[in-house]
Design a binder for this molecule. Sequence first.
Ligand SMILES: *[C@@H]1O[C@H](CO)[C@@H](O)[C@H](O)[C@H]1NC(C)=O
Ligand SMILES: *[C@@H]1O[C@H](CO)[C@@H](O)[C@H](O)[C@H]1NC(C)=O
Length: 408
Amino acid sequence: MLFHKALGALALGTFAVAVPSPPPWAHNENSNGGRKHLEKSRVEEPFFYKGYDLSSLKIEEDGGYIYKDTQRNNVTRPVEDILGDGGMNTVRLRLWVNPKVPYDGGYYESYGLDYTLPLAKRFYDKGYRIYLDYHFSDYWADPGKQYTPEAWPTELDPLASTLRNYVSSTMKAFSDAGVDLSIVSLGNEIRNGMLWPLGVVKVNTSPASARIESFQNLATLYSAARKGVSDAVAEGVKKPEVMIHIDNGWDTNLQLNWFDALTGTGKVETSDWDIFGFSFYPFYGTSATLANLKNTLNTLADKYNKPLHVVETDWPAICSGSRAPDLSEPSIPASAPGQTEWVHDVIDVVRQVPRGLGQGVNYWEPAWLNNTGLGSACQDVLLFAGDFSEYPKVTGYSRSSVDLYKGR
Ligand SMILES: *[C@@H]1O[C@H](CO)[C@@H](O)[C@H](O)[C@H]1NC(C)=O
Ligand SMILES: *[C@@H]1O[C@H](CO)[C@@H](O)[C@H](O)[C@H]1NC(C)=O
């Protein structure tokens, strides 16, 4: 814990502020009058989250994969130590409800509570902030799929109450294990809703009244999940910042329409989420430019006056051949220095959001050695170069880009 506080203070650039505490815009559901007073009396820069999603790491380690630090004579080290030296202060981890192991592809992919909680504890105990990414599914949840967990009810009201209990009981489990969560995202990339089919939304529908109508069930479900957070806090869990996470962070109109529709239902108030999270990848359309990201972040900052984060991004170390996608910033090379340049540019855009509202960047899964493309059509977007020449022995050598948060 002590180390945890020290790291927080270092990241703030001052030793005067060693008390980890919710930011002033977060709900103050913890009745702690003393701390509240302290918050009011100090002027500080908000904490800037510099994170990596490391959800797959334990699966790799269980498979015998090792990681070497090329800046330290190839010594074998835990990935978080290498990335921590490179400026990481936060780890993002996904949570699935009842994952099947192995899942239908025969792979070991398991992000249930028994997997994710010990991993969170490991990183928390080393001083990193933990950002928990709820998928509300037994499997991957993204704009293309949001399967309701098999064991959960198929009618709206019972589903909402199961969701509420699930959020509060899992948050309590982290707290009981001694892990304070800094951020919880209620759903992962929920542009098309979550908990399908009931929670599907049609964000591209017009007119606005039809769009809002399509958000009614999602609003009921989101609101239940948000109440689950309050339930946990009422039971003594430290209040995290509550995030809504949407993909295509470069698409300003999409984001405006989405949040207008959610609040237009009358069931969700703007005070029901604390921070915005956006995915921002350079592969899926050349509109995913830094200028368009800037426009989205600044527009939403103006409208909602809430913190914003880029919560998923990456850039290729290798991307060539006929399948190579057009990258949205073609002046940046596909290389380790290019990875660093891209993330520095993204950080600059986030940091330039007015009133200090840009507050974090997360790089997605930099060490997933047997999934080097991470869903893109590029060959390798990792920050570690995998050596499979002595398979089944697999070694990941750190690239120069493991330093991309250093000094930022
Ligand atoms: C990656 O490797 C790990 C460790 O061997 C294995 O458990 C997992 O199933 C593999 N995943 C894929 C997608 O190949
Ligand atoms: C580290 O390993 C890489 C890959 O095998 C090699 O190219 C490099 O020379 C090694 N560096 C040192 C200092 O041994």
